[in-house]
Ligand binder design. Structure first.
Ligand code: IMP
Ligand code: MG
Length: 180
């Protein structure tokens, strides 16, 4: 992409495809007989969720929620609120939460508590990206695509001020820090 804000590629499209195929195989095995309800966290996880679901060979169901965290464009404050809630009841369901990236882990810890309170039979997390070493507590992720260095990244669902989500790869963001 001819855009100087798009930096070095961190995970390319082929690496993403290969890793998703592997995650899909594992999820297909782990949930054989108990197809999961995939819960995608909008908007960042939309592309990952679509590709991951196609590599899971089970009759999965889908739901989505959207959260917003107060903070600057490139930092989470930890104060999270639900902007769009799930449509489905989680009671007795095997829920697999699909996240784009776990950074501080604050968003995930909010979501985990919130979803756990709805009485699912099981609750596990699949995150495309885990930022190395920044979590205060162990994020306890059952499935992780890639562990990445501290730099802010864009692409494959991840944005800065709603841009760059459509890149087919994950790249370092080299632009100004407080866009939008
Ligand atoms: P956490 O609460 O600090 O773990 O932040 C998680 C959320 O912040 C993710 O779901 C993303 O929406 C956003 N986020 C964190 N790091 C990045 C990044 O490098 N690029 C784009 N969004 C990010
Ligand atoms: Mg975001």
């Amino acid at each position: 992409m001819n855009d100087s804000n798009v930096g070095e590629v961190v995970v390319d499209g082929e690496q993403i495809r290969d890793r998703i195929a592997e995650l899909g195989r594992r999820i297909t095995e782990d949930y054989a007989g108990d197809p999961p309800l995939l819960v995608g966290v909008l908007k960042g996880a939309f592309m990952f969720m679509a590709d991951l679901a196609r590599s899971i060979h089970l009759p999965v169901e889908f739901d989505f929620m959207a959260v917003a965290s107060y903070g600057s464009a490139t930092r989470t404050s930890g104060v999270v609120r639900i902007v769009k809630d799930l449509d489905l009841d989680l009671t007795g369901r095997h829920v697999l939460l699909v996240e784009d990236i776990v950074d501080s882990g604050l968003t995930l810890s909010f979501l985990r508590k919130n979803l756990q309170a709805r009485g699912p039979e099981s609750l596990e997390v699949c995150a495309l990206l885990l930022r190395e070493g920044l979590q205060k507590a162990d994020p306890d992720l059952k499935y992780v695509g890639f562990t990445i260095p501290p730099d802010f990244v864009i692409g494959y669902g991840l944005d800065v001020a709603e841009r760059y989500r459509n890149l087919g790869y994950v790249a370092r963001y080299d632009g100004p820090r407080d866009l939008g």
